[in-house]
Every structure is written in C-alpha cells, then in structure tokens.
Design a protein around this ligand. Structure first.
Ligand code: PA5
Length: 435
C-alpha cells in the first residue's frame, strides 16, 4: 500500500487542469534531480540513495547498535538541525510514547536523550545528573564537525565520560558520525580512536536521515532500520514517474506551488497523532532551509491536532487567509480502546458508546478540514496506512523528493543554506572567536 494524496479540499481554489499546466516544469525538475543537472547538484546523493542502498554499511550500523544496546542504559544523541531531527522524528514516531519512562515498554533498549541542539546550560547540568542513573554511551553527529552547539555540549560530555570511565573506556562508549575527512570532529575522533560513521559528501544534513546520521540512533532505540530501507526503496520506485498524474509526490509539490502563487504563503503540516510531532519538526527544517531564500518560499509550520485546535484553531478558521493545511492522516492507529456505556451518563458521552478514540479522531479530522475549507483554508490529506518503520522510510523519502522538486519549481537551490551563516558570524564576533 502506498501513501495517498487526497486533494478534495482544494477544489474551490484549484481547477484540475491547473495541475497539468505544470507538466513541463515538473518533467524538467524531475530530470534535473535524477541526472544531477539542477542547482546544488553536488548534494543530490539522497535521490538515488534508496536504490543503491549501502547494505554493508547498514550492517555495520546494526552491529554497533547491538554492541551499544548491550552495555548502555542511557544513550545520548548529540547533534543539531539535520544531524538530529531525523533520528528524533523516527524515535518519537516508532517507539512507545512512554519509552524513556517505562522499562516494560522499553524492553532491552536504553533510554534515549538528545543534547547539543540548543545552548541551555541548565539542560546540560540536569542531563549530567540523569547520566548518573545508568551506563552511558554517546553518538556525536556533525557533518561539518564544527557546529558550535553540538561541539560545546560534546566538550562537556566528553569530559564527563573520561572522568567517569577513564579515557580508554570512554572512547569505546563514544561513536562519531561525521565527514569522511574534513572537520574538527573527524580529527578528534581519529585522535581518540572513536568508532566513526560517515555522512556522505553528496548528502546535506536535512536530507541525511537514511544515512548513519539517522539510522544509528534509531537502531540503538530498537527500531527495525531494515524496514525503513524497504519503505524508502518502495517510495523510490513508486515515485519515479515524471508524469504528474501518476506521481502523488509531484502532485503535492505542484499543489503547494500553485497555492503559493495564489497568496497562500504558509503551509501548516498538521497531524492528528502526537507520534508525528517531531516528524513535523523534521519537515519544517527540510522545507524551511530548502526553500526559504532569495526572498521566496512557503513558510512551513506545523500544528498538532486536536491539541492545537484549542490554541490556533481560531486563527486558522478566521485569521488572515494566507494559509493552507496539509494533514498527515494515519489510517490505522492500532489501538482498540472503546468508550464504554455509562448508565448515569453524567458526562453526556453515551452517544459515543462503542467507538474507539481513533474513530472519534477521524471525525475530528474530517470535521476540521471541512470547516477550514468553508473558511477558505485549502487542505490536502496525505494518508499513511499506519505508523511503522516501513512507512517512516517511505514518508521521509516522499517529503525529501517533494521538497527537492518543489525547490526547483520555485527556482531556488534547495540544497544550500547560506542564510544559516548570518547568525553564526555575529555570534562568533560577539564571542571573540579567533579568525
Ligand atoms: O541541513 C543542514 O545542512 C543543517 O541544518 C545542518 O544539519 C545543521 O546545521 C548541523 O550541521 P552539522 O551536521 O554540520 O553539525
């Protein structure tokens, strides 16, 4: 089964024929992506990655994950941006909600925490206290090997590990994922004899979730990474068709560009399942960094429904008409609990007797989209049969491809991020970093 796109809630805004006006540009963008002919063509290694998947490396990832799972109670992932969001999204989506809190739910795996994704000293101080509760291992991830946030966190954590375990044992408990040859982290990892994994040269941070950047932390958390690869491979094969009509991924890309042209400048990726909260964060980085440049680009936002219907629902329904909504719909949430009958019916809920929460959630989804449609907020629905490793792999590839193509349709280079340097320059100057 595939991920399917329902564009029914676009009807009052976009005529069917409008989609096909984009046939030529889509075909060109498709060939540019696949033949490495477009902007940023040094960074399209992710396009054919599922087809040519490096299974040997995956095996190595799995072996390391197995070794770490055996001697680790608390696993730390240190990274920022594309070097953490993919793993975080996968772990949040594919492990139980209360994974870190419940040994029973966690099984054999370690608790998993993240660091190096901000500069809160308080967070690190408290984290160091948590580390005292068990045996610790760390995966430091940075493609450039020079990013300040993870480097600062890692200096503190490395010190902690060496004081606690001694240099030799600490080195066995640290794995570095970084560039093949460049960067401070690579040099440090070589000197300290850390096991290392490589971020491919031709894959940028936000497109790297299927490389060891995402796969090692997910494997340590007990996720079946082979299923992720299967999902990505199927997505690769099924989304290979340049014709818009036959490719839901390209339809999604084109619809968002049509909507942008009609003044819908903000896309809300909405989920109705809290397992997808961090998938939204991953999506925001992917599209925000890829498209927001040259004074252009849809502003990607995420909302978690139904929670945020009670905070942002008012704005969406009646605020500025610059929004559209893309809903991630999960067909089977794989939970059975039903609402029982209550003879007194004091809460007035007997009309729901026998229904599962999933059934109620589905009505909330349809009701919300219909209301938004009436309120001139167009919507698309992407349906996933269920949330598992296979569909995680499928979905990340779907969105990466949609993003690459969409960036080309917009006329930007979706694979660079020159704007990220601006804050760094000021910060370094203010901190007196040597030139
Ligand atoms: O997508 C990107 O390239 C960025 O978001 C990077 O992932 C992020 O800045 C972290 O970079 P690095 O992995 O070099 O530490």
């Amino acid at each position: 089964e595939k991920i399917s796109l329902d564009a029914g809630y676009l009807k009052n805004m976009i005529g069917e024929e409008e989609l096909f006006d984009w046939e030529d540009p889509v075909e060109k963008a498709h060939y540019d992506l696949h033949n490495e002919m477009g902007k940023g063509n040094d960074f399209v290694g992710w396009v054919n990655q599922p087809r040519d998947f490096d299974m040997e490396e995956l095996e190595k990832v799995q072996e390391t994950a197995k070794r770490l799972r055996e001697n680790t109670d608390i696993f730390l992932v240190v990274g920022i941006g594309g070097s953490y969001l993919g793993a975080k999204a996968g772990i949040e989506m594919l492990t139980p909600f209360f994974y870190n809190d419940s040994e029973k739910l966690r099984g054999e795996g370690p608790r998993v925490y993240f660091a190096g994704h901000h500069l809160s000293g308080r967070y690190l101080e408290e984290l160091l206290q948590v580390l005292e509760e068990g045996e610790v291992s760390i995966n430091i991830i940075s493609k450039s090997g020079t990013t300040t946030e993870p480097a600062v966190a890692f200096r503190i954590l490395k010190n902690y590990m060496e004081n606690r375990y001694g240099k030799k044992e600490a080195a066995k408990r640290i794995v570095a994922t970084t560039d093949r040859e460049k960067g401070a982290l690579k040099e440090l990892a070589d000197k300290e004899c850390y096991e290392t994994f490589i971020v491919p040269d031709d894959i940028g941070g936000r497109y790297s979730v299927l490389s060891p950047v995402g796969m090692l932390p997910m494997a340590v958390a007990g996720i079946n990474v082979e299923d992720i690869v299967k999902g990505a491979k199927d997505a690769y094969a099924q989304l290979l068709e340049p014709e818009i009509k036959k490719n839901p991924c390209y339809q999604y890309s084109v619809y968002r560009n049509i909507l942008y042209g009609k003044g819908k400048k903000i896309e809300i990726l909405a989920n109705f399942d809290p397992r997808l909260t961090y998938f939204g964060e991953w999506f925001k980085q992917l599209f925000g960094e890829s498209e927001g440049k040259e004074g252009k680009g849809i502003f990607p936002a995420t909302l978690n429904f139904t929670t945020d219907l009670h905070s942002m629902g008012q704005y969406i329904q009646e605020g500025e008409r610059t929004l559209f909504v893309t809903v991630l719909r999960v067909e089977d949430e794989e939970a059975e609990t039903t609402i029982a009958k209550d003879h007194k019916n004091l809460d007035g809920l007997n009309y729901l007797t026998g229904k599962t929460l999933g059934e109620i959630n589905e009505k909330a989804l349809q009701g919300t989209l219909a209301a938004h449609y009436e309120g001139e907020v167009p919507g698309m629905i992407l349906t996933l049969p269920k949330l598992d490793a296979y569909y995680f792999g499928y979905m990340v590839y779907f969105f990466m491809k949609a993003c690459g193509l969409s960036g080309y349709l917009l006329g930007v280079n979706p694979f660079d991020q020159p704007g990220v340097e601006a804050y760094k320059k000021n910060m370094f100057r203010l901190l007196g970093k040597p030139q």
